[in-house]
Design a protein around this ligand. Structure first.
Ligand code: NAP
Length: 147
């Protein structure tokens, strides 16, 4: 959920904060710990891949603009949640993914890539990750993104 399309760091209402943070952060924090045990034993006991659909807008390390800052904060939050889950993983590979700027309701018609192009890339990333990638953040083309 994108929430308010703001420019600059403007005051956030409690209502917007609760709505966006509940969907983007609380939801994953409720679900990820429950899903991890199944992913740990997946792939014939070698561990599967657990990914959250995050956004480059949640990257603090590469932040160079501050539009829609509530969304950015929520994605930084879910990234921290993913990283925490990755520290619990023994066999599973837990990653955060940026799908690109995609032509969806959120991305709009002027976005860079189609959902098909995004998903094709994301599937390749998911198929290619190794356990040493546990706790990493990847773009849809497989390049790493700083936290
Ligand atoms: N599009 C982009 O350029 C882009 C870029 C970076 C990251 N992302 C991320 O990619 C993911 C998918 O985004 P998208 O572009 O497909 O967005 P979207 O077109 O806005 O679709 C969002 C989806 O989330 C569902 N949703 C929203 N609130 C929900 C709730 N409370 N409970 C259950 N489902 C809910 C919506 O369901 P309804 O249709 O029923 O409302 C909709 O299917 C998101 O995590 C987004 O942050 C997207």
């Amino acid at each position: 959920m994108l929430g308010p399309r703001t420019e600059g760091a403007q005051p956030v209402t409690r209502e917007d904060f609760d709505r966006v943070m509940h969907v983007n952060v609380l939801g994953p924090m409720m679900v990820l710990p429950l899903v991890l045990p199944y992913v740990e034993t997946g792939h014939g006991g070698h561990g599967g891949v657990l990914a959250v659909l995050s956004s480059r807008m949640g990257s603090i390390g590469s932040m160079d603009s501050n539009g829609s800052w509530l969304y950015r904060v929520s994605k930084a939050g879910v990234n921290a949640a993913l990283k925490s889950v990755a520290l619990d993983a023994r066999h599973a590979t837990c990653v955060a993914l940026h799908p690109g700027w995609v032509q969806t309701d959120m991305g709009g018609k002027g976005a860079d890539i189609t959902p098909q192009q995004s998903v094709k890339g994301l599937r390749q990333v998911l198929a290619g990750v190794k356990h040493r990638d546990n706790g990493s953040f990847f773009n849809h083309d497989g390049t790493p993104i700083p936290w």
